[in-house]
Write a protein that binds this ligand. Structure first.
Ligand SMILES: Cc1cc2nc3c(=O)[nH]c(=O)nc-3n(C[C@H](O)[C@H](O)[C@H](O)COP(=O)(O)O)c2cc1C
Length: 211
């Protein structure tokens, strides 16, 4: 049986997908659940995850991503979209959810709420937008890892024009912006990059141990 790391060695940023092979709904559901279980700062999950199968839309998006074929050939295209701004009303909606989910009164979450609001107000608009994008990348990491464990191929991608993709996805009035793509599916037998050796800095350089 493959270990967790065997599967991470198996995965690679797939350049060419086999367009005839599709994920089952069960596989999609499993990967999306793993994505949703990603950690996020304070648990705020300040992003949305689009799952795109519409061929015409994907064709248009490919044009805005330098023609990268993964966008149209993969079985499913996942797009992580971060919020552009976040305010107290978002925090209040989240607090309501915590209260309902855990069966505790909103009043008991006052300090938690104040901490989140303080954290939001303490950042510049740019820093805030960047922070929300960072949360979306954690979701991407969970998805990549889960896909590898299921032997499903994926390719993290940020090679696209976000302004044009935002138009494709009609995000302008939704306070969202596209951050990263993750096409999912199965590698083509013609994808030579599947055989490329992984390039990683030596462990002694990458890790720093302070004993
Ligand atoms: C945030 C991010 C953006 C990336 N964008 C692209 C992309 O637009 N197109 C592409 O083919 N690969 C893209 N990659 C894949 C990287 O080139 C790849 O992950 C890296 O070379 C390491 O190889 P491996 O993932 O196969 O181990 C991206 C990776 C990450 C994490």
């Amino acid at each position: 049986m493959s270990t967790y790391n065997d599967n991470l060695h198996w995965r690679y940023a797939t350049k060419k997908f086999d367009s005839t092979k599709k994920l089952t709904q069960e596989q999609v559901d499993e990967l999306l659940e793993a994505t949703q279980l990603a950690a996020s700062s304070y648990g705020l999950q300040p992003y949305k995850v689009f799952v795109i199968t519409n061929p015409a839309l994907r064709e248009k998006m490919k044009e805005h991503a330098w023609g990268q074929t993964q966008i149209t050939d993969a079985s499913h295209l996942v797009v992580f979209c971060a919020y552009k701004t976040i305010d107290e009303s978002y925090v209040d909606a989240f607090i309501d959810l915590v209260s309902k989910t855990r069966g505790i009164p909103v009043e008991s979450l006052k300090e938690y709420r104040e901490m989140m609001v303080g954290s939001i107000k303490g950042r510049s608009p740019e820093a805030l937008a960047n922070w929300m994008k960072c949360q979306a990348y954690i979701g991407l990491g969970f998805l990549l890892s889960a896909a590898a464990q299921a032997n499903i191929d994926a390719c993290p991608m940020e090679g696209f024009d976000a302004a044009l993709v935002d138009e494709d996805l009609q995000l302008s009035d939704k306070n969202l912006t596209a951050v990263t793509f993750c096409p999912l599916g199965f590698r083509s037998s013609e994808d030579q990059s599947a055989a490329y050796k992984k390039v990683r800095f030596p462990k002694e350089e990458f890790f720093v141990f302070k004993d």
